[in-house]
Design a protein around this ligand. Structure first.
Ligand SMILES: O=C(O)CCC(=O)C(=O)O
Ligand SMILES: [Fe+2]
Length: 380
């Protein structure tokens, strides 16, 4: 079936989630992946690699920068959290944004949460929540429900233990708190097999470079798909590998660095899914429900040195619109900057971009401390 570029862009964009830049570069990448309507790539001559399904934590750790942890919460808490988030999901929304002067909508619902009840009304948190949803004005973020807070204690312990075993990247957060904790969460609900999320990397605007993101899955098992982005220097040597990781109820997937810098992730739609039967019923009754929803909670740490007031503004809407931080995924190497700020075109201003672009300069912008950069001073 032939599709014109505009229709295709709209389709591609409609699968992007909240918290994802709908900027030009992301869309172009998505377009390239979707139909090859792009400059010929040298990898075309290389055989396409089949999708590799990673079914055990050992396989996940071997092939990707993520780790999988099963039965992460006590079984009853996992069910309580599932039921609580299903209730919450009734009030969530489908993210909407402009694309090529057309308003498009994501095929799943999401909600944004802040951990600290005192911060939810702050100007900064309101702006962060708004740009999580591509600039659509939002109600204040919701506060973590008690069960989410309870679950996070288990998650934080596992993430902190995992991080101790791993290499740190120079631009990762290196200040207080010195061990990983989450201060926000974005939660997604996928009903049935036809809801999903398209290939993307997460917006780094408030997370900074090389973030660690902890993602809990509840309910029906869905595949989490990771696809490598090949740097331009390697495109004629190898094809991108795609990995599918089935995420069962009560599992934790940690996206360690450099997942956001080197891979795109998605939740592909499926032909069918297995019904989920929770081990514990709702409330005191014994009746056990059946469900076709998957709930996902991504716990994140918004860095103090990337707080909303510090984000560069592009020229759209009289300099009020924050730019978006992205990683240079196709990086050539050498001195090329690894992250940059760009106009969040598509988010607001009816899809028009002002083409603002600026390399991230952690020292020059006075950010830090990072693992290898004191506040605004490069360590050698
Ligand atoms: O549902 C998932 O596991 C992924 C969600 C996601 O990619 C996101 O919220 O950015
Ligand atoms: Fe994501």
């Amino acid at each position: 079936m032939e599709m014109d570029t505009e229709t295709l862009l709209a389709l591609v964009a409609s699968s992007l989630p909240a918290g994802v830049s709908a900027g030009e570069a992301e869309l172009l990448d998505a377009l390239i992946e979707a139909n090859g309507d792009a400059p010929p790539s040298p990898t075309k001559s290389l055989p396409r690699l089949p999708v590799l399904t990673l079914t055990t934590p050992a396989m996940v750790a071997q092939h990707t920068p993520t780790t999988l942890h099963t039965s992460i919460l006590p079984a009853e808490l996992a069910c309580q959290l599932y039921y609580t988030m299903l209730e919450e999901a009734k009030t969530w929304s489908r993210n909407k944004w402009y694309l090529a002067d057309r308003l498009v909508e994501s095929p799943h619902t999401s909600g944004f949460y802040a951990r600290d009840a005192k911060s939810v009304d702050s100007k900064g948190m309101l702006e962060a929540a708004q740009y999580w949803y591509n600039g659509n004005r939002q109600k204040p973020p919701r506060v973590f429900p008690d069960v989410m807070e309870e679950a996070l204690h288990f998650v934080e312990k596992v993430v902190q233990e995992e991080m101790k075993k791993r290499k740190r990247y120079p631009l990762e957060w290196g200040g207080e708190p010195s061990s990983w904790c989450a201060n926000v969460a974005a939660s997604n609900c996928y009903r049935g097999c036809k809801e999903g999320v398209g290939a993307h990397s997460d917006m780094l605007t408030y997370l900074g470079p090389y973030p660690t993101i902890a993602s809990i899955s509840l309910g029906t098992t869905r595949n989490f798909r990771l696809r490598e982005v090949i740097p331009v220097t390697e495109v004629d040597q190898r094809q991108a590998q795609t990995f599918d990781i089935p995420l069962p109820h009560n599992s934790l997937l940690i996206m360690h660095p450099p997942t956001q810098e080197k891979f795109k992730h998605s939740i592909p739609t499926m032909k069918s899914i297995d019904t989920f039967r929770p081990a514990f019923g709702r409330g005191s009754g014994n009746e056990v429900d059946q469900h076709n929803e998957r709930i996902n909670i991504t716990f994140r740490f918004f860095r103090p040195d990337f707080q909303p007031e510090s984000i560069p503004r592009c020229k759209c809407t009289h300099g009020e619109t924050p730019a978006v931080l992205r990683s240079n995924m196709k990086k050539k190497g050498g001195n090329e900057a690894s992250h940059f700020w760009m106009c969040n075109g598509g988010a607001q201003n009816e899809g028009k971009s002002c083409h603002f672009f600026k390399n991230l300069d952690v020292v020059g912008e006075g950010r830090g401390p990072c693992v290898n950069v004191k506040r605004g001073i490069q360590n050698n």
